[in-house]
Design a protein around this ligand. Sequence first.
Ligand code: BEZ
Ligand code: FE
Length: 301
Amino acid sequence: MADLDQNTVTDAVIAQMASTPDPRLREVMESLVRHLHAFAREVKLTPAEWLGAIAFLTKVGQTCTPIRQEFILLSDTLGLSRLVNLMDDKANRVGDATETSLLGPFYREASPRFGYGESIATHAKGPEMVIFGQVLNEAGEGVPNAIVEVWQTDADGAYDLQANDPDVMDMRGQFRTDAEGRYAIRTLIPLGYSIPMDGPVGDLIRQQARHGFRPAHIHMLIGAEGYRELVTALYLGDDDHIDSDTVFGVSESLIVRPQPGVEGSPDPGVPSVRYDFRIARRAPHDTSGRVGADPSKIAAE
Ligand code: BEZ
Ligand code: FE
């Protein structure tokens, strides 16, 4: 057996893992080992630093609960969630389908149903806005009976799950498009908010002197029979953090600026945004999984 040095140890590990029957697992693990070892050599990682990193990752795991996923938060703040979604969009996004954005940890299933133009603010108070438009297919035709799910912070920057009584659902709901694919939602102008900063990811963000904020946004999840589910969000362009989102979720095409007097708004006196979402037909290989909180776990709470 040859003595290993700091370069040959990499090949020795890869040679031992070459027996992996699953070709994709073999490919992913081989690349992971190559990159991990190269990283350790590049930064000249010391044993104390590696033990510190293991303690950090242990704490990340210990911070996870059925409704808090600190590993996803770590992935989000490292830009890895966005990278994975960007690659998936590039491979699978059809035509000019609306760009995707992060699901985030605050999605809940079985939110209340509302009719065209009704307000999702059943408890919270604050300045109002309206979002309306159509859900369109690749041919630009309205998609009837699509489900438009929406969730957001209130005017103080808090989700209902963070409020005193998380059993009460507020600032979220489900709408159905009409025969022409139209939807209209009355809501409050959301406020940007800080990602959860009381765990190990928050400690790291502070050590990096990052602000930890997400710009104000409204999450949207759009689904229709036979179409690929769209997970996206609309971002308010006037937010101070629009160019420095801590989780890198913003795309230019998703930025909106509510204004009064928008033609076609169900209430043109209220600042409104017209936004048409484009969804693509579901392909046989499509999976519904996206990098975000596990909604089934939150719903089960
Ligand atoms: C959110 O948009 O709600 C969110 C996304 C990623 C991390 C934290 C929050
Ligand atoms: Fe959010």
